[in-house]
Ligand binder design. Structure first.
Ligand SMILES: Cc1cc2nc3c(=O)[nH]c(=O)nc-3n(C[C@H](O)[C@H](O)[C@H](O)COP(=O)(O)O)c2cc1C
Length: 205
């Protein structure tokens, strides 16, 4: 894939990448195939960035092939699944950019393909500037009010990964706090995502 210049017509907001941190499902590629993981896309007046911690497949994939797609999805089970595992091949679509195939999510609201520029490595992570090169909005009518249960699924996933790293009871307590919100405010899929999250934690012990 050739390096691309910034394309002023690809406004990130049009594809759901807003100021602040947009919690997207980031897809990347390696010789083993496509990978999906929740990652924050950071946007401010200086541009768009990502920070990826060492040790993840996403980190290795970006180092080898510096492109990623930020997929906007509303399905909470995609977050729980990709925090601990990968998706089925059938859940990815293939797009073509400059004659190279790249994976995006099949059932997403939108995706935006970025070139990762100016990779800055530290002992813990890499930070890359993200340059949009191609994008698609698939579900223009996917209007949704914010749901506290959905937000709490994201929080619970983050605390679950921290618990796995540290074994600290404080993260289990935080998960419990968010589990109560999910049970109170979430829909069926948020509650299923919570069950899936606790199942993953048991099997990954
Ligand atoms: C909502 C959410 C946001 C996350 N954001 C980031 C992030 O910005 N950077 C990062 O390195 N990990 C982030 N993580 C953790 C990764 O998703 C997690 O380490 C995952 O297992 C990596 O998967 P991979 O090995 O397939 O790349 C986030 C997790 C969640 C649930």
């Amino acid at each position: 894939m050739k390096s691309s210049m910034h394309n002023p017509h690809l406004a990130p907001e049009k594809y759901g990448i807003m100021d602040g941190i947009s919690e997207c499902i980031v897809t990347t590629i390696s010789s083993k195939g496509p990978n999906a993981a929740p990652m924050g896309i950071i946007k401010n007046s200086n541009g768009i960035k990502i920070r990826v911690f060492k040790g993840s497949k996403t980190y290795g994939n970006i180092m080898n092939f510096p492109f990623l797609a930020a997929n906007v999805v509303y399905d909470p089970k995609i977050y729980t699944m990709t925090t601990f595992s990968n998706l089925e091949r059938s859940q990815f679509d293939t797009i073509v950019y400059e004659d190279v195939e790249f994976p995006v999510l099949k059932d997403g609201i939108s995706w935006m393909l970025f070139e990762c520029n100016n990779l800055q490595k530290s002992s813990q992570s890499l930070v890359a500037d993200l340059i949009p090169v191609k994008a698609k909005l698939s579900h223009i009518d996917a209007v949704r009010a914010p749901n506290r249960g959905f937000n709490s699924v994201l929080e619970a996933c983050i605390h679950a990964t921290r618990y796995q790293l540290t074994g600290s009871q404080k993260y289990l307590d935080l998960m419990q706090y968010h589990a109560e919100i999910i049970r109170k405010c979430g829909g069926k899929t948020e509650k299923e995502a919570l069950d899936q999250l606790y199942r993953f934690m048991k099997t990954n012990k």
